[in-house]
Design a protein around this ligand. Structure first.
Ligand SMILES: Nc1ncnc2c1ncn2[C@@H]1O[C@H](COP(=O)(O)OP(=O)(O)OP(=O)(O)O)[C@@H](O)[C@H]1O
Length: 756
């Protein structure tokens, strides 16, 4: 120890003296003067040599110690002052940063690869079949060996999936399964094949593993095992813990364990804290998310394998067992271990909740096989009933029927969400090698073969049901909203279409109105011209009068309608006609019956009243004149409605006399008229037209009847045509006098229309 301090101390002193931070004591300086560096310990030695008293030595040592302390402080300050950059350099730091980024990228890639591996792994299992059947044959037990029973099961070591059963008639029956375990295969070998299915629960798949077979064939041994040979249940949980630890950087798992039994179609919780208290009545209920739950069932959170083993032992002890002649401690119930795995992906936050059911079924032997009575018989009946329900479910799944009878038994109802199309199923068919059990063995193998025949679709990952439920509700709301939106869109579209159609109709109607107005204006203009022309050949006075009339007409006539004003869009189209104008007195006169004096009076009267008449809007006046033959033909065909008056004494017999005309004529009798006898006046009005045949004939016979836009084009006059109808003949014989209606311009000067 002494030597070691001698080696190290000189260096420290060197540093101190170099930095000149703490000058050494005077004794040191003196010693250095001699050209030698002397340490504290050497000094002590010197003092000893000099024979200094002990106190002096202690003083010296404490001084040295203080110096050393100061030194340490200085050094620590120096160390603190050294930064990473000054120590490593910027190049090293930048390369460290690059390496860090590379590390992150590699980590990401690793995650991607691991998820891909998981996917492929799952695919491999799916290809192998989501329902798999393993056969396990136990060794001959002591009793069987003692009784000299031989094995009827033959295994071919090269064929891991085939076995042969030697029947009583020495024939062989071959069975094929996904894997066959012989009497020599231990628990590890069994679990090695089982683990891939088991670990699927961590990936979010529902899994169901069950052991089926007659009593005493090793179902409990395979599932539960013994403390020395632990079975699938314990190993499964062990494996789940191992993998969850392995994945802790990316996944967070929570494991829960429930243990129950179905005894005589009743569910019993095997994990109740106080087994002495009366059992709770447990029922299978369908949760809102569609999964099967058992409300009130104990769900223990497990954190370690030790805990699990204790738990399994507790549950196993609470199980109903009884003694049968086939098994000393025969399971009289179906024992179900449920492992619930809640997973959360720490990278993307995805959550899963899946179940793994590990089922140790009660013995499948037929009733006659074991001698039971009383309570045992009842148990056996329930066991057989539920096993047959399981068989029905499997058959329904195999035949892909729409209805799977899960609810026929408690067992199948419990397993509903883990025994079906979206899940992974593994069945252990347990058989006995003994010849004495041959019949039961063949039965079990046949059942297992049926199960193996089920073609499952790909298993589906199970999300967290509460989250799934939430998403389902959201999806439904979204669907409804979409429907509503679609409805609204449809109605909007139809409204738009209707609106467009209306608009189109309005536009068409407006155009029509404009056309009609234009047409009307033109017709008015033309009519005015025609009337002026028609009045020209009459007397000089009439010419003068017509000039005056023209002037007046120019000043008073209604101007032609201008372009239509912009109209308010039509709200609706109605077929209603405008309210009819009140009936006006119609003056019908015939010049034939008027004397010269009367005519003069008439002229005066007409002139006197013309102004008033003209001012009256739309006053309808029919004037009968007898123009010369030539004049009649020269008159251009008016386009408006006309009234024609003829001299006919027997007007009441005229078929063309309309009721209106007749009444008008009758009404006019008492009134002042140009005609001496109103009955002599026959007015042919186009308002009440005669029969079409007659009308055409009359039209042809009447050259003054011009085209009306309401009645079609007038027929052309032909000299060769000879009318046959008496009315037409009468009309033709008599002079037709054209009398335009609404001839307001001319009304002022009716004299101009008088025959010369
Ligand atoms: N593969 C095996 N290797 C060694 N011993 C086994 C094997 N299988 C079963 N045994 C033994 O056979 C006996 C009966 O097994 P077990 O109780 O598991 O049968 P079981 O099918 O569960 O019967 P039960 O339906 O009546 O409950 C047990 O003592 C068990 O240890």
């Amino acid at each position: 120890m002494e030597e070691k301090s001698q080696d190290t101390l000189p260096e420290k002193y060197e540093i101190v003296t170099d930095h000149e931070l703490n000058p050494p004591p005077s004794s040191d300086l003196e010693l250095r003067k001699g050209g030698k560096t002397i340490t504290g310990s050497q000094e002590i030695l010197l003092d000893q040599q000099r024979g200094l008293p002990l106190l002096k030595k202690i003083d010296a040592m404490s001084t040295t110690l203080q110096n050393l302390k100061k030194e340490r402080m200085i050094l620590s300050d120096v160390v603190k002052g050294i930064s990473a950059e000054s120590l490593l350099g910027s190049d090293v730091l930048s390369s460290l940063q690059i390496l860090g980024t590379e590390h992150e990228t590699l980590k990401k890639k690793y995650l991607e690869e691991s998820s891909e591996r998981k996917r492929l792994y799952n695919e491999v299992i799916e290809l192998k079949g989501n329902i798999r059947v393993f056969c396990r044959c136990r060794p001959l037990n002591q009793d069987e060996i003692a009784s000299g029973s031989s094995s009827v099961v033959e295994f071919d070591p090269s064929q891991e999936t085939e076995l042969q059963i030697i029947c009583s008639d020495s024939s062989r029956k071959q069975f094929k399964f996904d894997h066959i375990f012989g009497p020599k295969d231990n628990q590890e070998a069994v679990f090695a094949q089982t683990s891939p299915v088991v670990t699927s629960v961590l990936d979010g798949y529902n899994v169901c593993i069950f052991a089926y077979g007659q009593t005493g064939t090793g179902k409990t041994f395979t599932m539960e095992g013994t403390p020395e040979n632990r079975g699938v249940n314990y190993r499964t949980l062990e494996e789940l813990f191992r993998i969850s630890k392995e994945r802790c950087s990316t996944m967070k798992y929570e494991l829960f364990v429930s243990m129950l039994e179905v005894y005589n179609e009743k569910i019993r919780d095997l994990l109740v804290e106080n087994p002495n208290q009366p059992p709770k009545k447990l029922e299978v209920k369908q949760a809102a998310e569609g999964t099967q739950e058992v409300p009130g069932l104990v769900e223990a959170r497990v954190y370690s394998t030790d805990e699990v083993w204790e738990l399994l032992k507790t549950g196993s002890c609470a199980r109903s067992v009884g003694s049968t002649n086939a098994n000393e401690l025969s399971s009289r119930s179906h024992c179900l271990l449920r492992i619930t795995v809640k997973g959360e992906n720490l990278i993307n936050g995805q959550r899963t909740r899946s179940h793994l059911w590990l089922v140790d079924l009660a013995g499948s032997e037929r009733l006659g096989r074991i001698e039971v009575e009383g309570e045992r018989l009842k148990e056996s009946q329930f066991i057989n009933k539920s096993l047959s329900a399981l068989g029905d479910v499997i058959s329904a799944l195999a035949s892909k029927t729409a209805h799977i009878p899960y609810r026929n038994s408690k067992l199948t109802h419990l397993l509903q969400s883990s025994l079906g199309r979206d899940c992974k199923t593994l069945m252990f068919v347990q058989i006995s090698p003994s010849a004495a059990d041959l019949g039961e063995t063949i039965c079990s193998l046949n059942f297992a073969s049926r199960v193996r025949g089920i073609e499952h679709g790909p298993a589906r990952k199970q999300g967290d049901p509460t989250e799934l439920f939430k998403y389902k509700q959201m999806a439904e709301k979204l669907k409804q909203d979409e429907k509503e939106t679609k409805k609204l869109q449809d109605s909007l579209q139809s409204l738009q279409l209707r609106f467009a159609a209306r608009e189109h109709l309005c536009r068409n109607l407006q155009e029509k109105v404009r056309d009609l107005e234009n047409q009307l204006a033109e017709e008015r203009k033309a009519r005015l011209q025609q009337e002026t022309k028609a009045a020209a050949p009459f007397t000089k006075s009439s010419v003068l009068a017509s000039q005056q009339l023209g002037q007046k007409a120019a000043t008073q006539k209604k101007p032609p309608l201008g372009p239509s004003k912009p109209r308010v869009p039509l709200r609706g189209i109605t077929n209603l006609l405008p309210p009819p104008a009140p009936l006006r007195k119609t003056g019908i006169t015939t010049f034939a019956s008027i004397s010269t004096e009367d005519r003069e009076n008439l002229s005066k009267k007409t002139t006197a009243t013309s102004t008033r008449t003209l001012m009256m809007p739309r006053r309808r006046v029919s004037i009968a004149v007898r123009p010369p033959e030539t004049t009649t033909t020269q008159v251009e065909k008016p386009k408006r409605r006309i009234s024609i008056a003829t001299l006919r004494p027997e007007s009441h017999l005229n078929p063309m006399m309309t009721p209106l005309n007749r009444s008008k004529n009758v009404g006019d009798m008492g009134r002042r008229s140009f005609a001496k006898d109103a009955r002599m006046v026959r007015r042919v009005s186009r308002i009440f037209s005669p029969l079409p045949g007659l009308r055409n004939a009359a039209a042809e016979a009447t050259p003054v009847v011009s085209k009306s836009k309401f009645l079609g084009s007038p027929p052309t006059q032909t000299s060769s045509w000879k009318p046959k109808h008496p009315t037409v003949v009468a009309l033709q014989k008599r002079h037709f006098i054209w009398s335009p209606l609404k001839l307001r311009g001319l009304k002022n000067d009716r004299r101009s229309l008088q025959p010369s």
